[in-house]
Write a protein that binds this ligand. Structure first.
Ligand code: FES
Length: 113
């Protein structure tokens, strides 16, 4: 999923547009896990291997399970899980995501905002 939002910096207010991408894994009617598509090793985009129910990073062959845990590869931590909230708006369920970027190549998940 591509995330869209409005951005504001010290001088400019940007119109709504893409700010990042995530993988969403539905766990039930009211639960979804959301992971950053950015590999925490060195930042390549992670693919989903539907037949194997895994996530794969082609840059250094990092492999993750569907809970974001490490299966194999050089990465020091699992996929970065993002905070989510499911809201019902006009009878439709919407998933809100707190989008953050994290430091790469570290064992600890350190937010860069
Ligand atoms: S950037 Fe993903 S395994 Fe290296």
């Amino acid at each position: 999923m591509v995330l869209r939002d409005r951005r504001v910096d010290a001088w400019t207010r940007y119109p709504e547009g893409p700010i990042g991408a995530v993988w969403m894994v539905r766990r039930g009617d009211q639960q979804v896990d959301v992971f950053s598509v950015t590999c925490p090793h060195l930042g390549c985009p992670v693919e989903h291997l539907a037949t194997e129910q895994k996530f794969f990073c082609p840059c250094h062959e990092g492999l993750y399970d569907e809970d974001g845990g490490i299966v194999s590869g050089p990465q020091q931590r699992g996929l970065d899980r993002l905070e989510t909230r499911i809201e019902t708006v006009n009878g439709e369920a919407w998933v809100g995501v707190v989008f953050e970027r994290f430091e790469l190549g570290t064992q600890e998940k350190v937010s860069l905002g």
